[in-house]
Design a protein around this ligand. Sequence first.
Ligand SMILES: [Zn+2]
Length: 285
Amino acid sequence: MAWFKREKKPIENPTPVDERRVRTEGLWMKCNSCRAIIWKKDLEENWQVCPKCEHHFRLGARRRLELLLDDAHYTELDAELASNDPLHFNDTKAYSQRLHDAQKKYGMKDAIITAEGSLEGRPVICCSMEFGFIGGSMGAVVGEKVARAIERSMETRRPLIIVSCSSGARMMEGAVSLMQLAKVAAALARLDEARIPYISLLTDPTTGGVTASFAMLGDLNIAEPRALIGFAGPRVIADTIRQKLPDGFQTSEFMLEHGFLDAIVPRKELKAYMSQALNFLAGPA
Ligand SMILES: [Zn+2]
């Protein structure tokens, strides 16, 4: 008998591998920047910023308002405004069904929340986009809510903040969504004449018709680090101009270097930065 040799089968693990995986599923995630394994709760408490490498993950519309507004308190404006599917659009799924599903999942009628609240004691109007809601796309409702928020800003003389996170115009509403660009831009021109400050914050990603309208029209256009910002996607541009695009093309850093942005501000410094900027633009609160 070879006493040093294991003759019996090794003890089997009572839990099959598949089941073991299921137990921790959803609690941990891998940072796609530094590849560290992060506990989701840590990430949540850190406002979706990687505690190891400061990578900024996407932040939901409501969390964004909680981050920026005092005591995480705000009053929602026009919360009941909803799309009536003007084109009765169908692709792989009916647009009405898409809307219904997103409304149920996010507890909001469309891809933006417009709200009144205070930022370090100063009353402001703050709009925050939800990327999860059909790619944060801008249809008639998003356009109308932004236009109304601008009007509200003029009535109350409160500074305006819009946090963009969007894939652009909503194709399911066709030309109706494109008309929002002009409507919002005209409203912002009136806000400018009334000399009320507007801060635009671009977050990852801000593209298409949203970049082409209100996101780039701020008195101050700021962005979060490493955010994707652009109009058309890089593949479309490369195919059109038939040139290799430079490294880091369409990131906040590239945009800042080329004069499209005024500053890049890390998420945790945003509130203090905006407060200071508003003190400068509109006088102390
Ligand atoms: Zn990381």
